[in-house]
Design a protein around this ligand. Sequence first.
Ligand code: E4P
Length: 216
Amino acid sequence: MKFFVDTADTQEIADLAETGLLDGVTTNPSLIAKSGRDFMEVTREICGIVDGPVSAEVVALDHAGMMREAEILRKIADNVCIKVPLTVDGLKTCKKLTSDGTMVNVTLCFSANQALLAAKAGATFISPFVGRHDDNGFDGMALINDIRLIYDNYAFATEILVASVRHPIHVLESAKIGADVATMPPSVIRSLFKHVLTDKGIEGFLADWAKTGQSI
Ligand code: E4P
């Protein structure tokens, strides 16, 4: 499963990229606002830190406007992935862009039928938002299960990018279902490394090693 980080904080992205485990980055207008930085400038910088796809989201709501914004965004770098909302105009834009060989991430997906439409529109990635789904009394992971089943039924190449991930169990369940990608806040990626017994084990080994008086 690929790991994307869901942030526009370039320091965090650079730190996580050093692990060698980071496969891409997703941003959205809220994350850009949180960074306090210029959209084009921060996206260019992120594209230089990671080799994998970097999602940059359009803000126009009509097809012509989305195409105009996508033209600007895709010139930033070869690894830019245009993010469009799951609307009629968003999917029209997705179809056009992917036919031209541009990567597209269809975002704000909340139903399996929406995911089916995105796959038919040739989306590179579909982003079902599991956390926001859970928040509203639905079952986010059941949605991922349904999409996996449907995509496998028809051998769709669209990758399932689990978004709005809130905790490590979302990551675990996504991996068990066979989702292709999880995009996570930096804190969730860091939490995956942690286990209390790992820390305790290191502490015990180091204490015993000190007793030997040896060094390597
Ligand atoms: C994905 O691409 C989105 O940017 C993101 O996962 C949204 O997460 P949130 O629901 O925590 O804002």
